[in-house]
Write a protein that binds this ligand. Structure first.
Ligand code: AMP
Ligand code: GLY
Length: 407
């Protein structure tokens, strides 16, 4: 079949490359994609896409695309699945707007978890900046502040500094009408992603994301600076607890509210001394978790997706060992950074283009997170060492990366 992946980052590159490995794929398109992805010669991109569903529909028809996998959450929020649901001959993998709300409204997600007794941090939602600031003045930190909107991982601040919290709270009301203030939780984080369709779910192995910009989890929150899977501190009994206390009540809660959900449910979790709690839901693959998980996955992605549509049992198979991935980002990211800087990437490097631009036979940077290098080896230590050896073969004066991914 002909497949299209929607989005333009490393996650979409990983989804597309994984689809290309499937015996079920005739052609694979990334829409809009980025030109760095053309390091995979057989991939097709559609950078001319104007972002409208109408133009996308025409392309889908012309290219005889039968399966659309939505990578990026922004399109889910805009209702891409609602749009394509009734287009004959096309299956779209990703929830409709009503399901994507679990991700794009932090307030909705918190109320939902409370209603179905799903463990999560306590919270208060504010609709008034002054009231929110008064609350911060009268309580001790650390403060966890979340904007009620999609923000590419940058709409959250965790800080013990009251004046920083107050400033962020004020700034947040400039971009959203609701802001959630959460109880601060302590523990180790991991991400668990599952293929979900109604009451059907098929879990992947746990992955770890490194959200902060700098080593030792210092610096600002980013979209994710590195990842590895599986995660050694998540045991079988933890997965059973997540299944019982979190995944099952979540899918049952969606059914109870008559919310259809077919796609990926991403559980951002924290192992606390009080049990495992939900930090966030996403309604699509994580980026950079996807790059690492799809690299580790031995099973055929198109088969896993088809099994999900058909609610068929499909045991996922994984490579032996551990996969580690490191993101090379533009200096200054997640704040201001330059674009159009040269980067040299060896020909056979196992990497994904997050925002690489092809410029004749060379490459330029074209975004914040630029390149993602991955390596699988028999254990984490070896995967980490070999991944960083590969990272060292990339040359650019304008990129930085964390040196502690997989520690
Ligand atoms: P989120 O976008 O909700 O996943 O938040 C981004 C990051 O902020 C998470 O990965 C955590 O590291 C941190 N964080 C979010 N919520 C909490 C919380 N309630 N307590 C402590 N840290 C949190
Ligand atoms: N890596 C976190 C996310 O995709 O939201």
């Amino acid at each position: 079949m002909n497949v299209a992946v929607i989005g333009n980052g490393g996650r979409e590159h990983a989804l597309a490359r994984k689809c290309m490995k499937s015996s079920h794929a005739e052609s694979v398109h990334v829409i809009p994609g980025n030109t760095g992805m053309l390091m995979d010669r057989a991939l097709k991109i559609y950078p001319q896409w104007d972002g409208s569903f109408g133009q996308l529909g025409e392309y889908v028809r012309k290219q005889k695309i039968e399966l659309i996998i939505v990578g990026n959450e922004a399109y889910l929020e805009r209702g891409i699945t609602d749009y394509f649901e009734n287009v004959e001959g096309v299956r779209i993998f990703g929830p409709k707007r009503e399901g994507a709300v679990l991700e794009f409204s932090k307030d909705f997600a918190k109320i939902f978890m409370k209603e179905y007794d799903i463990p999560t941090a306590d919270f208060i939602t504010f609709t008034d900046a002054e009231e929110a600031c008064r609350h911060i003045e009268s309580t001790a930190g650390p403060y966890v502040i979340k904007q009620d909107a999609l923000a590419l991982g940058k709409g959250v601040l965790v800080t013990s500094d009251r004046s920083e919290a107050l400033q962020f709270m004020k700034d947040s009301f400039e971009v959203t009408q609701k802001v959630v203030l959460e109880e601060f939780l302590e523990g180790r984080e991991f991400s668990l992603l599952a293929f979900v369709n109604g009451d059907y779910h098929n879990c992947m192995i746990p992955a770890r994301d490194y959200k902060r910009a700098h080593d030792g989890d210092e610096g600002l929150n980013t979209g994710g600076m590195g990842s590895y899977a599986p995660v050694e501190y998540v045991y079988d009994e933890d997965l059973k607890e997540v299944e019982r206390q979190i995944i099952r009540p979540t899918v049952e809660g969606l059914i109870d509210r008559n919310i259809e959900f077919c796609g990926i449910l991403y559980f951002g979790l924290m192992k606390t001394s009080n049990g495992i709690k939900v930090i966030e839901y996403n309604t699509r693959f994580g980026d950079p978790e996807a790059e690492v998980l799809l690299e580790s996955m031995e099973s055929d992605l198109i088969e896993a997706v088809t099994a999900t549509f058909e609610k068929r049992v499909y045991p996922l198979k994984w490579k032996e060992g551990v996969t580690v991935g490191v993101c090379l980002a533009s200096k200054g990211y997640p704040r201001n950074y330059e674009k159009g800087c040269e980067v040299s990437i060896p020909k056979d490097l196992n990497c994904y283009s997050m925002a690489v631009e092809k410029n004749g036979s060379s490459y330029l940077t074209n975004g914040g997170r630029v390149l993602f290098v991955v390596k699988t080896a028999r254990d984490k230590k070896e995967a980490k060492t070999r991944c960083y050896e590969d990272v060292a073969t990339v040359h650019s004066d304008n990129l930085y990366f964390r040196k502690d991914i997989g520690l």
